[in-house]
Design a protein around this ligand. Sequence first.
Ligand code: PMV
Length: 326
Amino acid sequence: MKATAVAPANIAFIKYWGNKKDNLPYSDTISMNISGCVTTTTVEWNPQLKHDFAVLNKKTLRGADLERVINHLRRVRKILQVRYKAKVVSENSFPTGVGIASSASGFAALTLAAVKAAGGSLSEKELTLLARQGSGSAVRSIPSGFVIWHKGTNTNNSYAESLYPPDWWSLSDIVLIVTTKEKSISSVEGHKRAPSSPLFETRVKRKLPERLRKVKRALAQRDIKLLGETIEEEARELHEVARTSKPPINYLIPTTKKIINQAIPRWRREGVPVYFTLDAGPSVHIICLAEYERALLKKIKKEFLDMQYIVNKPSEGARVIRKHLF
Ligand code: PMV
């Protein structure tokens, strides 16, 4: 009763910020799975175990983090009628809590591994419904490539599906890890505060529907300028909502601002069509056509000498692998 799954993180072009019960979002969102930021998770349902326990990056989880995993295991137990407790071991290929959605890859991998270990065979849609309850953004790390999360109206119809496979468009997402310090305010807390921002209502009613249309068109037509301009606006708005929510949240640090306000516009003026987006953290995701990746890396290395970065391509979604972590 053991299985292992790998799932990618995803970078949202249209972002989930603010939620209702059961992680229901206020709007549809769209993302791209990213190949270089993955979580591998092994789950074993074991009749000998008295308690569920989980290890992430070689550290035993405790407190609220463990509780979140146990709550998710409970959901799987209920759906698949499993009677045993589980051992969970998980590894991220990237730093946690710095604006790469580790909860997305984490809960997608946990969902798939836990279901497979129980011998269950859920459809992709059912897996997304389940992953979403662990962490909203995990819904989009199950299907492949470019993914839409339909907001739905209740817990049984807020699911995700692939819009295009990974090879639809050769984009690169270069994540600049501007600091490895973990962020102090979780996205769980950010979602709760979001509706208190005076910007939230206009965002949901007007801005998001407009941007969704633009991102869909940009993907369909592989229009990097339209995609880039729209995702930059969207990323700035998420951080404005966070900054104006009560109490306010500020995820950006001076280096982030330097990259998005100075370096990227300058690189564009120098002829490299690159755009940024951000998650709920200080890291910058630089989106460009793959053919500009080398020119861009040269600029990054020259200007931000020792900065860590991860190069990502559009990736397939969560999948089962044979090699277990224990
Ligand atoms: O899944 P959560 O609760 O960690 O939400 C993360 C939300 C963002 O990453 C900031 C945006 C998104 O849509 O992925």
